[in-house]
Design a protein around this ligand. Structure first.
Ligand code: SF4
Length: 335
């Protein structure tokens, strides 16, 4: 092993990725395709990844689709182009397989907003409650959860719980409030949120709608209630994508992470997609965690099979139950 590689491995946890130079003349697309074949590896990418990564992925999807793919793959190596909790979920579903994440520091503000030890104390105060957690949570939180959900199947999951059973919903208060509204439940909500979906400016969107009167506003349910109330369609990233393809409208204002617009434009080249503006001048509707993954990091991670996701036995055994339950209810509900 070269000294440079050894140093990069020693600094892996501090950096989050293998900090090695990549030859700028390399054709990364070709190299990654070659590594996929050589290693029988599959790349699963979230819609919020940069477009080059989406284009080289074997499967692109939202959290539910990615979990389903991870559960059914026969690849030897799963390379997760997404954030940490997603790669953890893939590892829980495939404990004997190697799961790689190009950058271990690709975290999630929403998952971080619900630390498992604090949640455990909160849960103790409500012992008769069923815990439903959005899949955007840590492996430790999953061990405290009865059933997981994604934004695609959340309503079906909540509806599957008997009406007389009280529920705690974690960690996203915005998705939880939206679900309370559409299901008529009165779930206790954990006070967490996503930094990307909370940043949209209602005032700027109103002005944008004045300039584009025919544009439809589409929003992810992680957005705040006042924004969801103005939306023409609310749904998961897959649902937003489907809606833009099926709708006869020609213009859309998209209130979710901007990465999804790549697939919307590919599927509907004749339509216009306008990212909903954040309440400041920065590119805050880009998830900084998702965007930590780059083509270079993806290539290095596949070449050296690092960084790899490792979980404790308890996280796999206990954490997996709520994901299995979710996949079971989801399948019954036709997702
Ligand atoms: S967009 Fe929000 S919920 Fe999704 S990974 Fe980024 S911080 Fe987490």
């Amino acid at each position: 092993m070269s000294q440079l590689l050894q140093n990069a491995q020693e600094n892996l946890n501090a950096n989050g990725f293998l900090d090695l130079e990549v030859d700028p003349t390399l054709d990364l697309i070709q190299e990654i395709e070659k590594l996929k074949k050589e290693k029988n590896a599959i790349i699963l990418a979230h819609y919020y990844q940069e477009s080059e990564i989406q284009d080289i992925a074997d499967y692109i999807g939202d959290s539910l689709g990615l979990a389903q793919q991870a559960a059914n793959t026969d690849a030897d190596i799963i390379v997760f182009a997404g954030v940490h909790f997603m790669a953890e979920t893939a590892k829980m579903l495939n404990p004997s397989k190697k799961v790689l994440l190009p950058d271990l520091k690709a975290g999630c503000s929403l998952a971080d907003s619900c630390p498992a030890p604090i949640f455990a104390k909160f849960k103790e105060k409500h012992p008769d409650h069923v815990v439903v957690s959005y899949i955007n949570c840590t492996a430790d939180l999953k061990t405290l959860t009865d059933v997981c959900c994604t934004s695609t199947n959340a309503k079906a999951i909540i509806d599957s719980i008997p009406e007389d059973k009280p529920i705690i919903f974690a960690p996203d208060k915005n998705l939880g409030a939206y679900l309370n509204k559409v299901t008529g439940r009165d779930m206790i909500l954990w006070n967490g949120s996503c930094m990307v979906h909370e940043i949209f400016s209602q005032e700027k969107i109103v002005k944008l709608k004045e300039r584009h009167p025919d544009a439809l506003l589409i929003a992810h349910p992680e957005c705040e209630a006042h924004l969801l109330d103005m939306a023409d369609h609310v749904g998961s990233t897959s649902s937003l994508l489907r809606f833009t393809a099926e709708s006869t409208a020609k213009e859309f204002i998209v209130a979710t992470e901007v990465g999804i617009i790549h697939q919307m434009e590919k599927a509907n080249p004749e339509k216009t997609f306008i990212p909903a503006p954040p309440n400041n001048t920065c590119a805050c509707n880009e998830c900084p965690h998702m965007k930590r993954n780059t083509m270079e990091k993806l290539y290095l991670c596949m070449k050296h099979e690092l960084p790899e996701i490792h979980l404790q036995e308890k996280q796999i055994v206990e954490g997996r139950k709520c994901i299995d339950r979710m996949l079971e209810v989801s399948a019954k509900a036709g997702f």
